[in-house]
Design a protein around this ligand. Structure first.
Ligand code: SF4
Length: 348
């Protein structure tokens, strides 16, 4: 119940909270390319790129994207291959395809949507992106609630409840976020909340001593603000994958993701041994790579396989497999980790 009291207290101090937060944001926000001379297109592209990806990673991609595809019309007219290639290395490729589809819808409309509910009808747009786009571009009073905002609100209110996951926590804090945005400039407010979460109220080592909203914060008084919010630990699933490195006459064998695949549609990766129907010998192990994708911890072992004539025939019959000339690897869309591995293994 303590947190409810803190939430009500925070709402009762809304003007002072907004004033402190916005004054801090105006002075301390990072200069980012989608904030300089903002436009609806820049906001939409940045929101797609920033889903699950850090600002520092997004910056070079955003600049290149804007140079190649400067507006919705250019994006709508681009080929899917170009869109996927420009996205290469950012991961979560469904975002690129959804953004492409969204551009096609937007250019076909007489005017872009304004309200969050209208944005939510478009491909790849969830509640957070809808609120971000409509508040930043059209001043709609829709509060953004992502992991950063959940963290700030859980700490401000000292919410001790254990949440099943981030989306349950986001639902819980949405009414409070909606209250805190009332009567102010929604674009500044949402961006200030996101910025505070990214740069001050960080997951680990929050900078409470220099936080401009510290006087409203219940978690700070506990001495352990990083304990909030309380989320059930994610169950991590281990997966072992056997991949093959198969070269023949200056060509490398790759597998292209099917057009309708949820992940990696149109992207190339090193094939799995099961794609070729082979069982590589232990002595041909080239490398073991580990990475985490959502809740999966992957251990990928890459084996060299020499393609005898019978295997080459089998490969030719598998439509997903392609022999790609090594010289053309830069021209195709490869998943980010696989491009790194291929660069590394190809130099051996
Ligand atoms: S005082 Fe600390 S925990 Fe509270 S909002 Fe500021 S940075 Fe976050």
């Amino acid at each position: 119940m303590l947190s409810v009291a803190h939430a009500l207290q925070l709402i009762s101090h809304r003007p002072a909270f907004q004033q402190a937060l916005h004054a801090w944001y105006r002075v301390h926000h990072r200069k980012l390319p989608w904030r300089d001379v903002p436009s609806l297109y820049k906001t939409v592209v940045s929101e797609f790129m920033l889903q699950q990806t850090q600002v520092a990673t997004v910056l070079p991609y955003f600049d290149r994207w804007l140079r190649e595809l400067p507006d919705f019309a250019a994006l709508a007219a681009a080929s899917e291959a170009k869109v996927v290639k420009l996205w290469e290395g950012l991961g979560y490729y469904t975002r690129a395809r959804n953004l492409h589809q969204l551009a096609k819808v937007v250019v076909a409309l007489p005017a872009p949507p304004r309200a969050p509910a209208e944005w939510r009808e478009l491909p790849g747009i969830g509640p957070y992106s809808a609120a971000a786009i409509s508040s930043i571009s059209f001043g709609e009073p829709a509060a953004c609630v992502d992991g950063n905002v959940v963290r700030i609100l859980a700490r401000l209110t000292g919410e001790g409840r254990l949440f099943r996951d981030g989306s349950e926590a986001a639902k819980h804090f949405t009414p409070l976020a909606d209250q805190l945005i009332i009567g102010t400039d929604p674009a500044t407010h949402n961006q200030a909340m996101m910025e505070l979460g990214a740069t001050v109220c960080r997951r680990q080592n929050p900078l409470c001593a220099s936080c401009q909203v510290a006087k409203f914060c219940a978690a700070r008084a506990t001495g352990r603000p990083e304990k909030f919010p309380r989320l059930k630990p994610r169950l991590i699933e281990q997966r072992a994958i056997t991949r093959v490195w198969c070269e023949y006459r200056d060509k490398l064998l790759l597998r292209r993701g099917p057009a309708k695949a949820k992940r990696l549609a149109g992207m190339h990766e090193l094939p799995e041994a099961s794609d070729l129907g082979v069982k590589p010998s232990k002595s041909s192990l080239l490398a073991v790579k580990r990475r985490t994708i959502t809740r999966f911890q992957l251990t990928e072992s890459v084996y060299r396989v020499k393609p005898p004539a019978a295997l080459r025939k089998r490969i030719t019959r598998n439509a997903a497999l392609e022999w790609v000339p090594v010289k053309q690897l830069d021209c195709i869309a490869l998943s980010g980790p696989h491009r790194r591995w291929i660069g590394e293994l190809g130099n051996r």
